[in-house]
Design a protein around this ligand. Sequence first.
Ligand code: HEC
Length: 197
Amino acid sequence: MIHLFRFRRPVLFRLILAALFFSALPAFAAEDPRLEQSREIVKAFAGQLQAELKAAMGAGGPAAAIHVCKDVAPAVASQLSRKHGAQVVRTSLRVRNTANLPADWQVEVLREFDERADEAGDGPLEYFETRRDGRFRYMKAIPTGGVCVACHGGAVSDDVRQLLDEHYPHDRARGYAPGDIRGAFSIVWPEQSGPDE
Ligand code: HEC
């Protein structure tokens, strides 16, 4: 027994070192070039949506702007996905379109965003992680703004309600107030494609 013990001890020590090394891995994600790339994609995505939403709302009110969220948002998401070779989506804990339902890991991050939204400080809520298999995951919280409540608030107008009921019979994305986390942008990069490779 003593014999075994003497040989096992260094093995155990190495295991502890390995555990320390792997638990420190997420810290390296800050160095991953896909983090900056992800932030830029989200900026472009959010900017384009905001501009189109504002123009459509100004021209015809929320009922006329629904198509921006319904058609433009998914189109921009797939266009950005193709362009960058990453999966770019919007998701939420309470989705309007079931096509936007979150995966398990996204549910976890969204819950954390909700918890941290109540904390003091208004910095952007972000999550990122370089996976051990080389994939990179990024999420950024989307807060509810004043303009959003026309379609995501508790009291939407009759014409908007009618259109939403018609297109989204399983809509759970109403009842939000300004400041609530409406959802998140999410980007998943595959293992082999760093942005500059
Ligand atoms: C004119 C109505 C309208 C306005 C204003 C609006 N949305 Fe939406 N939103 C929609 C519709 C319709 C969808 C469903 C899109 C789809 O089919 O993918 C949606 C979907 C979303 C989603 C995707 C997750 C889900 O619920 O399916 C997010 C996130 C979102 N909206 C955030 C916002 C935010 C933040 C604002 C304010 C800046 C906003 N929306 C303003 C109508 C609107």
